[in-house]
Ligand binder design. Structure first.
Ligand SMILES: Cc1cc2nc3c(=O)[nH]c(=O)nc-3n(C[C@H](O)[C@H](O)[C@H](O)COP(=O)(O)OP(=O)(O)OC[C@H]3O[C@@H](n4cnc5c(N)ncnc54)[C@H](O)[C@@H]3O)c2cc1C
Length: 596
């Protein structure tokens, strides 16, 4: 994509989606496919057969497997070549992350290590720090962790931080005191990126090594899921951190914390792409084998409909995640990693897509929760007992809605960022919302003429959803003005509309590409998945939008608003049941997720 063609973050709400601007999994290059295959082979060959042992928190085995992964290059896609990594694009990281996504707790170990553990040093380390730490981290001979959360600093990680750093009298060390909690890889890691306030004021990041005097990790948490990962407190008692281990600049820790979390969010989304598909495969396999009333349960409509819905979620999740990573990659293209300002520029660029990153995190974690839940249901009583994988997957999935920013915080970020950009004039949302309010009364849905091509109606409805987002957000902004930030229930509804619109459009653009490259027959599964998902989603969005408007007005004013909204989201139901039957046929034939 040329620079001018790359949509800005959040801009998808204002412009019609273009298939050429949407990266899809079908666009992976041969090199991406090779990396993906290597990662899946490693996970299937080395990790999955050892899941039982790994669930017992076998640190030695984890270390061995991490070193093996490092040897294959699977920990170094984001690390520059000169520091022992492969220095590849973000799509390469996404395909590796997708593959590790099927590895239960090991995915969390690998994800925290390569993401929040390593990336602060990649992006914010100076060359000495990068040369000292990155080669071992890329090789997997050392494990990384990220210490931000404290007992009083969870969602409010920066404001609530109490860990304090004070420069020693001789000026050689920062002396850290405080405690971090819930730190992934806490019990095993060798290198920790830790946040503390210098003199209790300047929020800053430090690289701490296990072995520094005054550092220790506490007892393992007893968790609901991801039991094979380590989660412990980190304790700093007059811990001596050499001054050269200050990461980036004093008082600029929030740049690191927030930007790295953005990356963590789309990486979490990518991991759920793998797990959504793998759990659907598990469900389809079990349903084909389990016989009741003399028939495999996969022959029952109730089960087929579940499989079809799971497949729709997995497809949208895959589509929107690769679209997001594709946008980031396109925006990063051409930047020179050796340019001293690269880290700042790159993290600024990734920040541009923080709305899309939050969407990836929220949609991915909730799609997976839906899929693991239905998988338990398809397994019946066997889904509830420990010897089947369905139970572990159900437990493991739950954490995704909590870390990397809870889904509430990520949802709130979406309208918050949109409004911020609108105020700064970076996104022309206000003029678009005002124009829409002027046009809406004259708009006649019955007169809209659509081209005679597959998904034309869905494409039209997705554009209408964008208008509905502008309409509702515009009305809410006018009504509450500066106080809108306090109206969280309305903001959450706007966020849901934004998330689902992005999801539907991502699936749609992918299906359009498949249609163009494969023809209607071969692209049929794409077309059905999109049509079925849109069919269920539009009425739900309409209801959400009604609720938001009802908080903004009453009486005649509300009636007029609801009439306007009805015009935008007037929807002719498709035969959703038939579409889902057709999808289930393909899932059943393929024994799981029907696409690559
Ligand atoms: C297994 C596990 C691994 C973890 N790994 C790491 C790690 O490696 N490094 C690290 O630093 N941290 C880690 N965490 C911590 C994790 O990031 C936090 O738990 C998370 O950010 C939420 O913080 P909290 O638990 O204090 O919840 P709180 O912030 O207390 O939130 C409680 C509830 O209130 C809601 N809430 C809070 N503020 C608002 C608001 N302003 N508006 C609306 N709702 C709000 C939240 O959404 C949530 O539903 C991990 C946690 C777990 C459980």
């Amino acid at each position: 994509m040329a620079d001018k063609d790359i949509p800005k973050g959040g801009e998808f709400l204002l412009i019609p989606g273009e298939p050429a601007q949407c990266f899809t999994v079908e666009d992976l290059t041969d090199e991406h496919r090779m990396i993906k295959q290597t990662a899946y082979d490693f996970v299937r060959g080395e990790i999955l057969p050892r899941m039982e042992e790994l669930e017992k928190q076998n640190a030695e085995l984890v270390r061995k497997l991490m070193a093996q992964a490092g040897e294959l290059g699977l920990l170094g896609t984001d690390v520059p070549e000169e520091f022992g990594g492969l220095g590849l694009d973000k799509i390469s990281t996404a395909v590796v992350t997708e593959a590790f996504g099927i590895a239960g707790a090991f995915a969390v170990v690998q994800g925290a290590h390569t993401g929040i553990g390593t990336l602060p040093i990649v992006y914010y380390g100076n060359n000495e720090q990068r040369a000292k730490y990155l080669p071992d981290l890329a090789a997997g001979t050392k494990i990384a962790a990220y210490g931000l959360t404290e007992s009083g600093a969870g969602s409010d990680a920066v404001g609530g931080c109490r860990t304090k750093a004070v420069l020693s009298e001789d000026g050689k060390h920062y002396i850290l005191n405080g405690e971090k909690i819930f730190i992934t890889n806490g019990g095993w890691a060798d290198v920790f990126v830790v946040f503390a306030k210098i003199d209790g004021e300047q929020f800053s990041a430090f690289i701490v090594e296990r072995g520094f005097p005054g550092f220790s990790s506490g007892a393992e948490e007893k968790k609901m899921g991801i039991k094979g990962s380590s989660t412990t407190p980190l304790i700093f008692e007059d811990c001596q951190v050499p001054v050269e281990n200050l990461l980036y600049e004093p008082g600029k820790g929030h740049h690191i914390a927030l930007n790295v979390l953005n990356i963590g969010r789309y990486k979490l989304g990518a991991a759920t792409v793998g797990s959504c598909k793998a759990v659907l495969d598990m469900a389809a396999k079990y349903a084909a084998e389990r016989v009741q009333f003399g028939r495999p349960i996969i022959e029952f409509g109730a089960i087929r409909e579940k499989l079809a819905r799971m497949c729709c979620k997995a497809y949208m999740n895959e589509s929107l995640n690769y679209r997001t990573v594709g946008l980031i990659d396109a925006a990063l293209e051409g930047m020179d990693p050796n340019d001293p300002s690269y880290p700042d520029k790159a993290s600024q660029t990734i920040r541009e897509y923080n709305i899309e990153c939050s969407i990836s995190k929220v949609f991915g974690s909730e799609a997976l929760d839906y899929i693991v839940d239905e998988n338990v249901q398809i397994h019946g009583g066997y889904g509830f007992v420990g010897e089947y994988e369905a139970e572990r997957c159900y437990r493991d999935s739950r954490i995704n809605r909590i870390y990397e920013g809870t889904n509430e915080i990520n949802r709130l970020l979406i309208p918050g960022e949109l409004l911020k950009r609108a105020m700064k004039g970076k996104l022309a949302l206000m003029p678009a919302a005002q124009k829409l309010q002027g046009e809406i009364m004259d708009y006649m849905p019955a007169l809209v003429e659509l081209p005679d091509e597959p998904l034309a109606y869905q494409a039209h409805m997705i554009e209408m959803c964008k208008k509905a987002v502008l309409f509702v957000a515009g009305v809410a902004a006018q009504k509450f003005m500066q106080k809108l930030a306090q109206e969280q229930e309305i903001l959450l509804r706007v966020a849901d509309m934004v998330i689902e619109t992005f999801a539907m459009e991502s699936g749609f653009l992918r299906a359009r590409k498949a249609l163009a490259s494969q023809g209607e027959d071969k692209a049929r599964i794409h077309l059905n998945l999109v049509a079925a998902y849109v069919d269920e989603t539009i009425p739900r969005l309409h209801q959400i939008a009604n609720e938001a408007l009802a908080m903004c007005a009453e009486g005649d004013e509300l009636r007029m608003l609801l009439i306007g909204l009805r015009k935008l989201l007037k929807y002719q139901p498709q035969n959703g049941i038939a579409l889902r039957r057709a999808i289930a046929d393909v899932v059943s034939d393929k024994g799981g997720y029907p696409l690559e």
